[in-house]
Design a protein. Structure first.
Length: 261
């Protein structure tokens, strides 16, 4: 009986980049970091503290993500700044928008008197992240990825693909469900006389690339039928399943690409 061979949801170039990205991260951090990583779920078990959209509850989320990514919380400052779109939404009766702007950013300096041990690391978030804990965790994971790769001396900010590599690191360290689910977020609302919609795209990797990266993550760890993909969004889960089938039927295609940057 004839059947259809599984088709990857990404291009061959994207596949090769992800494959080599995993190898690069292994060389930087060690393969055990990926093998031993806890797959963090959007569940009360992994985030037991109540979340009320406040800065205080965001701090509790941040501590959890720091712990999962093995970053000492006391070494990183966290600040939240207001976003002007909140004011626009409260003024206009009909509001729509599409944004691909960064939800946060990371910066560090070289410390005082050239002492690298006193390096100041700062993560800043937009206040509009607070109502969406899924995207908030994704943003925190990405920015902490900068702490690991840049401040850890594993990668330069001038590396051509350091931003997408930082997204890939979240998969490598077990936070991929959050970043994959937040790659494209559509929301609608109606409040009294105001109605609107918004589409937010977070990060630098598309849902399709996350789907393949998560399938590769499971394969590299020897997870033949993990339970965690059920927490993925509909699109991300579909891309994951297609990629998983392709990897099972094409193990000989695991060819490494050359490093970028």
């Amino acid at each position: 009986m004839l059947g259809f061979a599984p088709k990857l949801p990404i291009s061959d170039e994207e596949r090769l980049w992800v494959d080599e990205g995993f190898r690069r991260l292994e060389r930087m951090l060690g393969r055990r970091r990926m093998i031993d990583a806890k797959v963090v779920l959007p569940s009360a078990q992994d985030f037991p503290e109540p979340y009320d959209k406040s800065a205080a509850s965001a701090e509790l989320l941040f501590r959890r993500v720091c712990n999962y990514m093995r970053v000492e919380r006391s070494t990183v400052e966290l600040e939240i700044f207001p976003d002007e779109t909140e004011e626009l939404r409260s003024i206009l009766p009909h509001w729509s928008g599409q944004s691909s702007n960064c939800a946060g950013f990371y910066t560090h300096d070289g410390g005082t008197d050239g002492n690298e041990g006193e390096k100041r690391m700062l993560i800043v978030l937009r206040s509009t992240q607070l109502p969406d804990p899924m995207s908030l965790v994704a943003t925190l994971a990405h920015e902490l990825g900068h702490v690991i790769l840049l401040c850890g001396g594993h990668m330069s900010s001038k590396t051509a693909d350091h931003e997408p590599m930082t997204d890939l690191l979240t998969v490598f360290l077990g936070l991929g469900i959050f970043t994959a689910n937040s790659a494209a977020r559509f929301s609608q609302y109606q409040e009294e006389r105001r109605i609107g919609w918004s589409m937010r795209r977070l990060g630098y990797l598309a849902e399709q690339v996350y789907g393949y990266a998560l399938a590769k993550f499971a394969r590299e760890r020897g997870e033949h039928s993990p339970d965690w993909p059920k927490h993925l969004s509909t699109n991300a889960r579909a891309y994951y399943k297609r990629s998983r089938k392709w990897l099972m039927m094409n193990p000989h295609f695991m060819k490494m690409a050359e490093p970028i940057g």
